[in-house]
Design a protein around this ligand. Structure first.
Ligand SMILES: [Zn+2]
Length: 414
């Protein structure tokens, strides 16, 4: 079947057919620690104390473990309706910080997991060079992440050489605090045209303050003034924005990757969605830390966060008076530029016989899918002509889950 022209579900036999959804931000390995950082270790627990738990997990990852964890989370993504994933990948080296014999070994574990599950992968090797805006060196816990520019570009080229109809290579700058200005310019100058570039930005108030102190501008304002930000850029989080930054991102054509469940889990803050939509901004969603692997939950909480603050209902409207239709139009519109897969014929089939879709029409099916509970309604997912989910289950779900279970028990015992 060709890709539906519309991002909205249309009736097809005994189901509702719609295009696959792009996951714009994933750290696959963090699936292994989902739910394991929810106990208080300090009265001031924050993003920064969560990061210590995350670092301990990153230290234990081997190529085999990463493959098993990524296969699990990619299968879960397909079962939930994500058919493309942007993998923001930074655990590159051996635990002692030296490169593997093949410096791409950890990246290739992710490629193998994507090929096994059938998800389209936009692999974004992360450039990570400094431990803060002041240029301090990486800490011992960050030594698996670091690259000099030359080695980084060799990794990017090695991955680009493997591109095919299910693999794209792009670039991720970890954040402004982790990438010195000169290195950023050098990498950007070396990229082929239209390479997707992703960056974490303005997620934390502390990061905004440090950027102001050391670079004299807020992070997004600094980036827009110092990098050729355009439609091939994806700004991840962009939580803390002033009015000029909101307008500036929208004017640039860049996509903002919003990860509402992770941003809530980490206590980041709330993105100014309504103002951004009014400015004509483009956006998509990501599962990020994998505490939830569900576009339905990301989209629902994107809207609910706004309602809780505005004390009003039905905030994300514009493409349509329907919130669900507006949200699906938003994620469809940004998917090609952010992932580098310009077009795809991937599609999903929702179960028209599910009780919550009883009597659904083309006018209300998007709202009913997103805003009526947590029972998965996805029956099938098709990627590149291959059916990978049937009756709501990934075709390899049992074998992948068994491998994941054994791997996780090993990681937790380490
Ligand atoms: Zn992230």
């Amino acid at each position: 079947m060709p890709e539906p022209a519309s991002p909205q579900p249309i009736r097809a036999g005994d189901g509702w057919r719609l295009p696959g959804i792009a996951n714009l931000h994933s750290h696959a390995f963090q699936r292994a620690m989902a739910g394991l950082a929810e106990r208080r270790t300090d009265p001031a627990d924050s993003f920064w104390t969560w990061r210590e738990t995350m670092y301990r997990f990153a230290e234990r990852m081997t190529p085999d473990a990463l493959h098993a964890v990524a296969a699990q989370v990619y299968a879960e993504m397909l079962e939930a309706g994500y058919t493309r994933v942007c993998e923001f990948h930074y655990v590159h080296h051996r635990p002692d910080g030296l490169p593997y014999d093949d410096p791409a070994e950890m990246s290739l574990a992710l490629v193998a997991a994507a090929r096994e599950t059938g998800i389209r992968l936009t692999l974004l090797p992360v450039l990570y060079m400094a431990g803060g805006f002041d240029g301090r060196p990486l800490s011992a816990r960050q030594r698996r992440f670091g690259h000099e520019v030359d080695a980084y570009l060799r990794l990017f080229e090695a991955l680009r050489a493997r591109e095919d109809e299910t693999l794209r290579a792009g670039v991720a700058l970890h954040s402004l605090r982790a990438v010195p200005e000169a290195a950023m310019r050098e990498v950007l100058a070396a990229l082929p045209a239209r390479t997707p570039v992703h960056i974490h930005i303005a997620e934390q108030v502390g990061e905004v303050q440090d950027c102001l102190a050391l670079r004299g501008a807020r992070p997004v304002a600094w980036l827009l003034a110092n990098a050729p930000v355009d439609a091939h850029w994806t700004l991840v989080h962009a939580t803390h924005l002033d009015e000029a930054e909101i307008a500036g991102i929208a004017r640039s054509g860049a996509v903002v990757a919003l990860c509402p469940t992770t941003e809530a889990n980490l206590g980041d803050g709330l993105f100014p969605l309504r103002a951004f939509l009014d400015a004509g901004g483009r956006w998509g969603v990501g599962s990020d830390s994998q505490i939830s692997v569900s576009p339905v939950e990301e989209l629902r909480w994107l809207e609910y966060g706004q309602r809780l603050v505005a004390r009003r209902r039905n905030i994300a409207v514009g493409a349509s008076e329907s919130v669900g239709q507006t949200l699906l139009a938003g994620v469809a519109e940004s998917a090609g530029a952010a992932t580098g897969f310009d077009e795809s014929d991937d599609w999903l089939l929702l179960d028209a016989d599910a009780p919550v879709l009883a009597g659904a029409t083309e006018q209300d099916v998007a709202d009913r899918w997103i805003f009526s509970g947590n029972r998965p309604l996805l029956r099938e997912a098709h990627v590149g002509g291959r059916r990978v989910v049937a009756e709501g289950r990934h075709l390899l779900a049992d074998a992948i889950a068994a491998d994941y279970g054994a791997t996780l028990r090993r990681l937790l015992a380490a």
